[in-house]
Design a protein around this ligand. Structure first.
Ligand SMILES: Cc1cc2nc3c(=O)[nH]c(=O)nc-3n(C[C@H](O)[C@H](O)[C@H](O)COP(=O)(O)O)c2cc1C
Length: 496
């Protein structure tokens, strides 16, 4: 029997494993029977038993989660929120400092490049959110090399080319776009901004940029589709579920909703160990985790690992024909890391690959996308198969000069992840739009200075990539060093 207006005291009576209610968005839910099934474990729910759990629930669970996975009989009714007092927590020095940083945040106009957003985000984001977004796998060698690999490639500019008019528009997977980058899929948008991924959707629309929707978005897939305008293009990133019926439903639903391409993530049969994320004690801080598919998830430390155990580690080349049979969307493999697999992808008849190491979050010391690209294109050209599929790269792209280098080496476009998350977390939609505009401004200048009035004019004679595979960078760029957050050792419980 549901109650129209429950009070805080009534909810507080259900604060144990025997009877456990929680408040989410002003409504009470009886989750007693769900405790043992909760993908993030029961401990985290019990921490909020009899209390308001909204703040912790929101970033991780798409809004339709409760309707989808908790029987209606357990929806106990509206809560009179005037009876609910906010719990006063002991002052957390990090949080106090963060609030100060938020108050003194630099004006948006003072962000002149993508790394500036990272430097601001580091100070103004919640500890757990920063840890989840910024972390890479193991020693973060790949994470850092993704960025520095671009510095091992030098330009060979052409002069006396008429560059009065610059056209940086291009076509990616059959659709025209204003500039050859896209917003790549990054999970858990609400950790950085209360509105989550739709902020990226709106900014992408205003700049005619393509957005890839992540399987593990904080917003529901439909919310992200609903937020698009006009002919805006979206792609779907897919983590393949062990239950292929769930996978098929997700894919076919995305196609119905107008997604133009399916990016199957192939570099994550198990999620990497991201120690910053683990160290931020995600679970202890009270954030539980559930995948969009509602499947059971790992309970070990860190947000990333907790959301990923539904992913099928048995996914193999044998599955590609099945994907082709269930959708007419273009199919792209995201996370290819060697030329042999690019050739296999050609043979499998997919439409493209993303040369990517998942932003350095998976196998540490895996090569950067740009390095793989430089090694791959000559071999594809030798075999005459360079036009059989489109090649994208992602990882460490922070300047339009990085985009230009990738295009010179044969990429159709590049994906950008963290910079847009940081811009969103620090400044919301205006931040993301400024980041996109900065890239456009840089791109125009770079194309002019390299002597390429259109994207088609960029070619491999315009770069010297001989050093890209040499993994030591004598020159360090100071912006990146100041924005980079070094790994830390375990903290002592008290200072001696
Ligand atoms: C916070 C975060 C979450 C991510 N989530 C996903 C994901 O859910 N699926 C996926 O295929 N890749 C995911 N990625 C990887 C990105 O799609 C992309 O490969 C990477 O961010 C590119 O590197 P960059 O951040 O240096 O631009 C994630 C990356 C980050 C930083």
């Amino acid at each position: 029997m549901v109650n129209a207006s429950l009070t805080s005291d009534e909810i507080a009576e259900h604060s144990s494993a025997k009877s456990c209610w929680v408040i989410i968005h002003g409504k009470a839910y009886d989750v007693t029977e769900f405790l043992s099934e909760h993908p993030g474990g029961s401990k985290i729910i019990l921490k909020y038993a009899g209390k308001d759990a909204t703040e912790e629930f929101d970033p991780i669970h798409p809004p339709d989660t409760l309707d989808k996975y908790l029987d209606r009989s357990k929806h106990m009714g509206e809560v009179d929120m005037s009876t609910v007092t906010t719990e006063v927590r002991a002052a957390d020095p990090f949080e106090t400092e963060r609030q100060e940083y938020i108050k003194s945040r630099p004006p948006l106009e003072q962000c002149y490049n993508l790394l500036d957003f990272e430097a601001v985000a580091k100070r103004v984001m919640k500890k757990t959110a920063w840890a989840y977004y910024s972390s890479g796998a193991d020693d973060e060698i790949t994470l850092r090399d993704n960025h520095s690999a671009f510095h091992r490639i030098w330009f060979r500019p052409k002069v006396l080319v008429d560059v009065e008019k610059i056209d940086m528009s291009t076509t990616m997977l059959g659709t025209k776009t204003s500039i050859p980058f896209y917003v790549t899929a990054t999970a858990l948008g609400k950790l950085g901004h209360s509105e989550g991924e739709v902020v990226l959707t709106k900014a992408a629309h205003n700049h005619n940029v393509i957005q890839m929707i992540p399987t593990l978005a904080s917003c529901s897939f439909d919310e992200i589709c609903d937020a698009k305008s006009g002919n805006q293009i979206q792609w779907l990133q897919l983590y393949v579920n062990k239950n292929r019926d769930i996978t098929k439903n997700i894919v076919q639903h995305a196609e119905k909703r107008g997604c133009k391409a399916l990016f199957i993530t192939v570099d994550a049969p198990q999620l990497g160990r991201r120690e910053k994320d683990m160290r931020s004690k995600f679970e202890d801080n009270g954030t539980s985790v559930q995948s969009n598919s509602g499947e059971s998830v790992d309970r070990s430390q860190g947000a990333a690992r907790a959301i990923s155990s539904f992913i099928d580690p048995s996914l193999s080349w044998k599955d590609i024909p099945w994907f082709k049979s269930i959708t007419n969307m273009k199919i792209v493999l995201k996370g290819v890391q060697r030329v042999e697999d690019v050739i296999k992808a050609c043979e499998a008849g997919v439409d493209g690959v993303v040369l990517s190491n998942h932003g350095g979050r998976q196998l540490d010391t895996a090569p950067s996308g740009i390095e793989i690209l430089a090694a791959t294109m000559p071999i594809l050209k030798e075999r005459g198969i360079q036009n059989k599929l489109e090649i994208y790269i992602d990882g460490g792209v922070r300047r339009a000069s990085d985009i230009v280098k990738a295009l010179c080496l044969g990429a159709t476009g590049v994906g950008i992840g963290r910079p847009f998350l940081y811009a969103m977390s620090a400044y919301g939609q205006p931040g993301v739009e400024r980041a996109m505009q900065l890239l456009k401004d840089e791109m125009e200048m770079n194309m002019r200075l390299i002597g390429a009035p259109t994207i088609a004019d960029l070619n491999d004679t315009m770069v010297d990539a001989r050093g890209v595979a040499l993994h030591s960078t004598p020159i360090k760029d100071t912006l990146s060093i100041s924005a980079y957050d070094p790994l830390v050792a375990p903290a002592f419980r008290s200072k001696l």
